[in-house]
Design a protein around this ligand. Structure first.
Ligand code: ACO
Length: 325
């Protein structure tokens, strides 16, 4: 088995900031409600000329430029997203073209908020077997375009952004253990009704607001907490380490209270969970690399730390990956 390391990290967020106060001018809500129910204070909103592939490309460029990597050396590009520019071709192919990574093959992953961790593990399998020497894994979303700005129960939650990492074959293996899970019986807790083969776009689907994200927030909350706890426990068991040994858990940034409940259930101090949703909201597949980036910037991760990335979301899907930093 070929050892794998996570060798570079980059992000991009749109410049436009939308605060809770800004949203309170659009729908019947308040900064106080949003803060206390979710922990979110503001989020970023893509400019009209931006889309998922431009955000993903900007994050990928940061990885390449900051770390002096030749795009021609990239062998694989994966983009995790639930809001591609168009149903096809993939966002990954657009990124490949924009950055000039002409030697890379490229495809998208649809696993909602678990997509980034699914992507890491898929890339890791390719590197482990020697099929490729490196892979660019990107999580990118422009959720502001699939949010119903008349629905206060969802429009307050989401934001736009992108994060990218480079995985490479290395001397020592940093990818210690992982779980990838799915439970399709929870598919109606978070979904978009129209725009696919079930309900192709029509005047009715537009009039019925069926091209917007629909979510049963309370049920989703209750469903994800036990799934997430199991994933953390099983990932640690697989690596034969105790949860206490994990210096930082970087969870999907959906809701402050989900993280709080998981921390209480597992008896882990809340401080060992990275939390930056106050500034970006829920950015689905982008939220883990955005949080990982901030954790590094803030000195919350140092070499040799055990770090667990933890995704959960629509599907339902859940994924955890334990790495040695
Ligand atoms: N402002 C003010 N009031 C609101 C708002 C709002 N933005 N939204 C809902 N309310 C009202 C409701 O109408 C309801 O009023 P009522 O009691 O008079 O009927 C009341 O607030 C409570 O509504 P709930 O939906 O029960 O609120 P809850 O406390 O469950 O919080 C929330 C809602 C924040 C969505 C929460 O359920 C949650 O975070 N769930 C998890 C969602 C999640 O994890 N999603 C992401 C996973 S997948 C992915 O990330 C893509």
């Amino acid at each position: 088995m070929i050892p794998i390391k996570l060798s570079a990290l980059g992000i991009y967020v749109p410049t436009k900031v939308m605060t809770n106060h800004d949203i309170a001018k659009i729908v019947d809500t308040s900064d106080e409600w949003i803060r206390t129910r979710t922990g979110i204070i503001e989020r970023r909103i893509a400019a009209p000329e931006e889309n998922t592939s431009t955000l993903a490309t900007a994050a990928a460029r940061q990885v390449l430029n900051k770390h002096g990597i030749d795009p021609l050396a990239i062998e694989m590009i994966l983009v995790a997203t639930m809001m591609p520019d168009t149903p096809f071709p993939s966002v990954a192919c657009k990124v490949q073209n924009s950055i000039g990574a002409t030697n890379a093959f490229a495809f998208d992953i649809s696993a909602a908020c678990s997509g980034f961790v699914y992507g890491l593990e898929i890339a890791a399998q390719f590197i482990k077997t020697g099929a490729v020497r490196n892979a660019l894994v990107i999580g990118a979303e422009v959720l502001s375009r699939c949010i119903d700005w008349q629905d206060r129960s969802t429009c307050v939650l989401f934001g736009d952004g992108a994060g990218a990492v480079l995985l490479e074959s290395g001397q020592e293996n940093c990818f210690l253990s992982s779980v990838l899970r799915a439970d399709g019986s929870g598919q109606d807790l978070l979904f978009m009704p129209a725009g696919g083969t079930t309900l192709p776009a029509s005047i009715q689907t537009v009039e019925n607001r069926q091209h917007f994200l629909k979510m049963k927030g309370k049920e989703l909350f209750q469903a994800v907490v036990p799934i997430v706890c199991d994933a953390i426990i099983d990932t640690c068991e697989q690596a034969k380490i105790s949860i206490e040994d994990v210096q930082l858990i970087v969870p999907h940034q959906a809701n402050f209270h989900i993280i709080e409940e998981v921390a209480v259930f597992l008896g882990i101090p809340f401080e060992r969970f990275m939390c930056n949703l106050h500034k970006y909201g829920n950015t689905s597949a982008a939220s883990i690399p955005l949080a990982l980036f901030d954790a590094v910037q803030e000195g919350k991760i140092v070499p040799d730390d055990y770090v667990m990335m933890l995704g959960f979301g629509a599907g339902l899907t859940c994924a955890a990956s334990l790495i040695r930093w």
